[in-house]
Design a protein around this ligand. Structure first.
Ligand SMILES: CC(C)(COP(=O)(O)OP(=O)(O)OC[C@H]1O[C@@H](n2cnc3c(N)ncnc32)[C@H](O)[C@@H]1OP(=O)(O)O)[C@@H](O)C(=O)NCCC(=O)NCCS
Length: 223
């Protein structure tokens, strides 16, 4: 499974979800999802020739900027290398990879990978599906030489919008080991002190409502 990310000529980013047939004339329509907060709508359709075409000045209307896909077993060492500098704790890379086989979150999660426009893997994260509308995001990491280019932000948002498209009211939880601004821009808030457990990371969640007892339990048990 893979989904292409595009930049619209006006600058915003979108995730292409697929192509649908128009019910009246069977013409192909691209279905795509905003990777930013658009109050009008998040999921849009546009005739495929128009989506893939050029605007008056000859520029592409939508330019592909990357591809989101599921991590395959053969990608695992590449993906684990992205966060090795931050999480190695004196382990060799081989030991660090081997230890993942004992890590329950690594084993139960679904990792997603972002490739750049040239097809190079640049950023990855792990999705922990706690229950239908509650998802934990973990192990967000970008290849050290590709950091600071917006890849982690784009990957995070693409994964969130993909899951929201399937289940609108999905709530996301995570622990941030970096300044929370990167996550706050995508609707996460730092949770109140009763949910904080670690000195080096901040528990955060999307949504306005306080965490329910069940949600708080997932935060405690799985991270
Ligand atoms: C944190 C990390 C994933 C960001 O990846 P990235 O692709 O560089 O992120 P982006 O380019 O989308 O940057 C988003 C913002 O995060 C900030 N940021 C990046 N790395 C950061 C760090 N180590 N500490 C604090 N903020 C950081 C950037 O300054 C940027 O903010 P800006 O747009 O206001 O300048 C990357 O630095 C990384 O892989 N670190 C090692 C693993 C790790 O610590 N992961 C975080 C787990 S919560």
């Amino acid at each position: 499974m893979s989904w292409t990310l595009y930049r619209h000529y006006k600058g915003n980013h979108y995730l292409r979800l697929g192509v649908a047939a128009h019910s009246e004339d069977l013409s192909p329509q691209v279905v795509y999802r905003c990777l930013y907060d658009n109050p009008e709508a998040r999921t849009w359709v546009r005739p495929q020739p128009m989506f893939e075409g050029v605007i008056e000045d000859g520029r592409q209307r939508f330019t592909p900027v990357g591809r989101l896909r599921l991590v395959q077993p053969e990608d695992m060492r590449t993906v684990l290398a992205f966060g090795y500098d931050a999480w190695k704790h004196d382990k060799t890379f081989d030991q660090y990879c081997a230890d993942k086989d004992q890590d329950p979150n690594h084993l139960r999660g679904t990792r997603y990978l972002l490739e750049d426009a040239a097809g190079q893997p640049v950023s990855a994260l792990n999705v922990l599906r706690f229950r239908e509308s509650l998802i934990g995001l973990a192990s967000v990491a970008t290849s050290p030489e590709q950091r600071g280019k917006g890849y982690a932000s784009r990957l995070l948002r693409a994964v969130m919008e993909l899951h929201r498209f399937a289940q609108l009211d999905t709530r996301f939880l995570l622990f941030s080991e970096v300044k929370p601004a990167i996550y706050e821009r995508h609707g996460f808030r730092v949770l109140p002190p009763e949910h904080q457990r670690f000195s080096k990371s901040l528990a955060m969640a999307t949504g306005e409502a306080p965490l329910s007892a069940a949600e708080a339990d997932f935060l405690k048990t799985y991270f």
